[in-house]
Design a protein around this ligand. Structure first.
Ligand code: NI
Length: 226
């Protein structure tokens, strides 16, 4: 399942974040790549633990944790601290699958990468190329979103970033370990939760809502890992 979550940050917030990112020092993206993906990766990245990455990352996670769409679709258990990248002057990242488990720098904390997210900080008009290409069960998807918007997709998918041939593409990406590991089970719960939300809005007093909500939680209880 691929999900677009719009407007995590307002226009003014995006401008402030972008300005800060434009003025900071970037490092070679190969530093955080595995042996194989380093050969495919040509971009810049903020070093892990960089103060600006920590500051923006914390604000991002606060927004996500209070975003009903993200909570319902991702069912997050824990999130890897957001990383930041910059693609410019032909920068690209060829097809790869992310490592299954990431260890958080300087800790013993490990995160299984059930879900990947990219939050765009540049607008589509700011650069040419730079599309995020994701191969999922329904074919190849091409993603290039307005600044402040996020895309959520399964960590199991093959993906790449097309070369940026004009301008600069600034974005953040991170992984989420979900309470529900299987994408198909998580997608089913998300559809059911969405339907329950719509019914709660349209027919709030219908007695079957209690039953349906109970069924949702009983399915979640069956599949949840904490
Ligand atoms: Ni990747």
């Amino acid at each position: 399942m691929l999900l677009h979550i719009p407007g995590l940050f307002t226009r003014e917030e995006v401008l402030r974040i972008r300005e800060a990112l434009e003025q900071t020092d970037w490092a070679d993206g190969k530093l955080t790549a595995g042996y194989q993906s380093a050969k495919a990766k040509h971009n810049l990245q903020l070093p892990e633990g960089h103060p600006l990455a920590k500051e923006i990352g914390t604000a991002m996670l606060e927004r996500l944790w209070s975003n009903p769409l993200f909570m319902s679709a991702a069912l997050p258990h824990k999130v890897y601290p957001p990383l930041f990248n910059c693609y410019t002057a032909g920068g690209n990242f060829d097809f790869h699958i992310d490592n299954a488990v990431r260890q958080v720098k300087d800790t013993t904390e490990r995160v299984r990468t059930d879900l990947s997210s990219t939050l765009f900080f540049s607008d589509p008009d700011d650069y040419d190329g730079g599309e995020l290409i994701i191969q999922d069960t329904y074919g190849t998807q091409q993603v290039k979103l307005p600044a402040g918007d996020l895309v959520l997709y399964p960590g199991t998918s093959l993906h790449k970033v097309n070369a940026v041939t004009r301008g600069t593409r600034l974005a953040s990406f991170f992984w989420t370990q979900s309470l529900v590991r299987e994408d198909s089970q998580r997608a089913l719960l998300f559809e059911m939760d969405t339907a329950i939300q719509h019914l709660t809005r349209d027919v709030p007093d219908h007695p079957s809502l209690v039953q349906l909500t109970g069924t949702y939680h009983n399915l979640l209880r069956r599949w949840v890992e904490v």
